[in-house]
Design a protein around this ligand. Structure first.
Ligand SMILES: N[C@@H](CCC[C@H](N)C(=O)O)C(=O)O
Length: 275
C-alpha cells in the first residue's frame, strides 16, 4: 500500500508532509521519517511532518527530523505546514491559522497565498537565552558561543567568515556535547551590517541543512541582545532569505516563503513491518 505525500521546502530546508489518516499507526512515525527522508533509498528530506486533527487549534503539526528523532518545533517547517493544510483543504482558507505544535499553539499568518508558493509570517515566541557568552573547546580550539532555546535548543557562533567545512567539522561535535544533554542545533553567523547577516546551520537530527528557521530566529535574538542588529533583519541562509522582526518584548516574528516541490506516493510502506 502507498502513502500519499507532498514534498515542500522553506528556503531549501526540505520536508515531506503527510496526513495522519494515511499513517494511522502513530508508532510508525519515527521509523517512517527515517525511511522517507533517506536521500538515496527514500524520497529525501531534512524532516517529515504529519498533519493531525487538533482539539484546540485549526490543525496539529508533528515534526520528525531525518534521523527519526522528534523535534518540538520547526520554523521553516511550520510555514510549509500552513501552506500545505490550506492547499489540501484540511482547514478553510483564512488569513490567520492556529497550529498546535509539541510546544504550544502558534499563530501563523499566510500573508500571500498561491498554491505553488506562499509567504508566511509566524510568531516564534520569546527565546530563552541561557548563556549569552560561554566558552567550549572543540579539537583544541576555544570557541565562544551563545546558548539558548526557542522551543528547540540552539547555539550561536559569531564568525568572521562562513565556511562549509568548518560547519561540517564543528557542527556534529557541538550537537552531541555532554553539556547539551538534549543535543543542540549549531548556527554559524557572519554579520554584514546592522540589518543584514548570513547564517549556516548544522541541525540536530538532520546534519548540515540549507537553512533553519528556528536557527535564524535564534541568531537574530542573540545579535539583538548584544546590540549588534536592528529590530528588522534580513538573514541570508544557503537556501534563501528570511526577514526577522523583534518586538518590544523581545518576541520574534519570522517572515518567509514556502514552496511546493512535488506530490506522489511513497511505496515503501510494506518495509515498515520488517526491520
Ligand atoms: N529545520 C528546523 C528545525 C527542526 C528541528 C531541529 N532539527 C531540532 O531537532 O531541534 C527549523 O527550520 O527550525
Amino acid at each position: 500500500m502507498n502513502i500519499p505525500f507532498t514534498k515542500m521546502h522553506g528556503i531549501g530546508n526540505d520536508f515531506i508532509l503527510l496526513k495522519r489518516q494515511d499513517v494511522p499507526d502513530a508508532s510508525w512515525d519515527q521509523k517512517l521519517a527515517k525511511m522517507i527522508c533517506q536521500r538515496h533509498f527514500g524520497i529525501g528530506a531534512d524532516g517529515m511532518m504529519i498533519a493531525e486533527a487538533s482539539e484546540t487549534a485549526d490543525m496539529k503539526m508533528l515534526y520528525y527530523n531525518a534521523d527519526g528523532s522528534q523535534g518540538e518545533m520547526c520554523g521553516n517547517g511550520i510555514r510549509c505546514f500552513a501552506h500545505y493544510v490550506i492547499r489540501e483543504e484540511l482547514v478553510p482558507q483564512k488569513p490567520v491559522l492556529h497550529i498546535e505544535t509539541m510546544l504550544d499553539i502558534r499563530e501563523v499568518e499566510v500573508t500571500h497565498y498561491e498554491s505553488i508558493g506562499s509567504v508566511v509570517k509566524v510568531y516564534m515566541g520569546k527565546p530563552k537565552i541561557r548563556n549569552i557568552e560561554m566558552m567550549i573547546e572543540v579539537d583544541g580550539e576555544a570557541i565562544k558561543l551563545a546558548d539558548l532555546t526557542i522551543g528547540v535548543p540552539h547555539v550561536v557562533l559569531l564568525e568572521s567568515d562562513l565556511n562549509v567545512s568548518r560547519v561540517d567539522r564543528i557542527g556534529p561535535k557541538v550537537e552531541k556535547m555532554d553539556i547539551f544533554p538534549q543535543g543542540t542545533n549549531v548556527n554559524f553567523v557572519k554579520v554584514h551590517n546592522r540589518k543584514y547577516v548570513s547564517v549556516m546551520t548544522w541541525e540536530r537530527g538532520a546534519g548540515h541543512t540549507l537553512a533553519c528557521g528556528t536557527g535564524i530566529c535564534s541568531v537574530c535574538s542573540v545579535l539583538h541582545r548584544k546590540g549588534m542588529v536592528e529590530k528588522r533583519i534580513n538573514v541570508m541562509a544557503e537556501g534563501g532569505q528570511l526577514t526577522i522582526e523583534i518586538d518590544k518584548e523581545n518576541g520574534v516574528y519570522m517572515i518567509g516563503p514556502s514552496q511546493m516541490i512535488a506530490r506522489g506516493n511513497f511505496m515503501g510502506k510494506g518495509l515498515l513491518n520488517h526491520d
